[in-house]
Ligand binder design. Structure first.
Ligand SMILES: NC(=O)c1ccc[n+]([C@@H]2O[C@H](COP(=O)([O-])OP(=O)(O)OC[C@H]3O[C@@H](n4cnc5c(N)ncnc54)[C@H](O)[C@@H]3O)[C@@H](O)[C@H]2O)c1
Ligand SMILES: [Zn+2]
Length: 361
């Protein structure tokens, strides 16, 4: 097992990464002094695959375990599901000494994390991410949230887990589409903050596509390290942390317009990154060869770089909804060459013009 620490004073925690580590969750909880009762929040898909291992490990370590299933899918990351989870937590008798284990992808992690942040004004929680996206991004950093009909992640809290347990082997059962989509977030770290890592990805496409375990472990560790560094400098996103939104401004807009099933998050981010690279060229932060290199890598992982053609007005309003603030310009993350970033204040209209995006009206 490799261990990384996220240093956040009182909120510091470890990320444990390894193959086959899920069955050790019970002893890690004991080692941290987590006591008594635990609710494992998961969905039917993940529960069928990994529920038993986790349950047995926790029970074997002396915990009273309840399992709470939420339906599978982004559309259920909402207030109604959350209300059902609160009911189940009360029903299971969880008190302030109890804790929550989030077992699943980013949807489960975000919702279970928010439940933990708010139930009894906050009880401890543990992340056991089972998708590539969750392992390299959403399980680290303490952003928890549910969606609102008016936009994604509008209701949430910064709330750090007690530890993150990443079992690389759990990726073996992930649908190929989800695996590829997760690669978009991996590429994001390379383009926006780490050239050496970008080159590593270019050199290891075949091994990554073949899910070589050693390679995966290296890749996940590097992403977590980069994310931890950014979060350590800016836990509550007052500035620097926004770099992790590279590719997300336009990506989110397309994700909303296409409907969550047509484009999954990572697929939309891949498109958003290519557009961000084009805007970066237009603003003089990199040259055309960099766009080519970024799109080439995205394509090699089987992701599309082609934006769907959508209505201009709907796209503009989607960009604004996502911005979480009402006035004027957007802080847009550009890539400066590959491996560095620059922030530009741009109007939604300018994003369309500078990216050369084809829209209809
Ligand atoms: N908190 C953050 O910082 C942050 C960052 C990025 C994304 N997110 C959020 O993460 C969510 C997306 O997460 P996601 O991409 O993990 O999607 P997801 O949680 O919907 O999981 C994708 C699918 O894979 C299935 N699955 C999960 N693990 C599996 C496994 N090991 N084997 C087989 N199937 C498995 C799930 O049941 C689901 O159907 C979005 O809601 C997004 O807003 C949060
Ligand atoms: Zn993302």
């Amino acid at each position: 097992v490799s261990v990384l620490t996220v240093n956040l004073a009182d909120n510091s925690y470890d990320i444990l990464i390894g193959c086959g580590v899920m069955s050790s969750i019970g002893s890690h909880c004991v080692a941290l002094g987590l006591s008594s009762r635990v609710a494992v929040i998961t969905n039917p898909t993940v529960n069928a695959l990994y529920g038993e291992v986790v349950r047995n490990s926790l029970a074997g370590a002396g915990y009273t375990v309840s399992v709470i299933e939420i339906p599978d899918g982004e559309v259920y990351k909402n207030a109604e599901t959350l209300a059902n989870v609160y009911d189940a937590l009360i029903e299971a008798g969880l008190d302030r000494k109890s804790f929550i284990v989030a077992l699943g992808g980013g949807v489960v992690g975000d919702l279970a994390g928010f439940a933990a942040a708010t139930y009894l004004r906050g009880i401890p929680f543990v992340q056991v991410p089972t998708t590539l996206l969750a392992q390299v991004d959403s399980s680290v950093g303490g952003k928890t949230a549910i969606d609102h009909p008016r936009g994604k992640n509008l209701i949430g809290a910064f709330y750090q887990p007690r530890f993150v347990l990443i079992d690389v082997d759990s990726l073996a059962t992930l649908p190929e589409r989800e695996y590829r989509a997760g690669m978009a977030e991996v590429i994001k770290y390379g383009v926006a903050i780490d050239l050496i890592f970008f080159e590593y990805l270019e050199q290891h496409v075949d091994a990554i596509m073949a899910m070589d375990r050693e390679c995966l472990e290296t890749l996940i560790r590097r992403c977590c390290q980069l994310k931890a560094q950014v979060v350590e400098l800016d836990e509550k996103e007052s500035g620097l942390r926004a770099v992790l939104n590279y590719g997300h401004t336009l990506g989110h807009a397309f994700e909303m317009l296409a409907g969550y099933s047509e484009l999954v998050h990572g697929e939309a981010v891949a498109i958003g990154m290519v557009l961000a690279a084009r805007i970066s060229v237009a603003r003089g932060h990199c040259d055309a060869a960099d766009i080519k290199r970024v799109s080439a890598l995205i394509c090699r992982f089987g992701l599309t770089t082609q934006a769907p053609i959508v209505d201009r007005q709907r796209l503009l309003s989607a960009i604004l909804t996502d911005k979480k603030s009402a006035d004027g310009a957007i802080s847009f993350i550009c890539n400066s060459g590959i491996g560095n970033f620059a922030i530009e204040l741009l109007l939604p209209e300018e994003l369309l013009t500078l990216s050369g995006l084809e829209v209809c009206s």
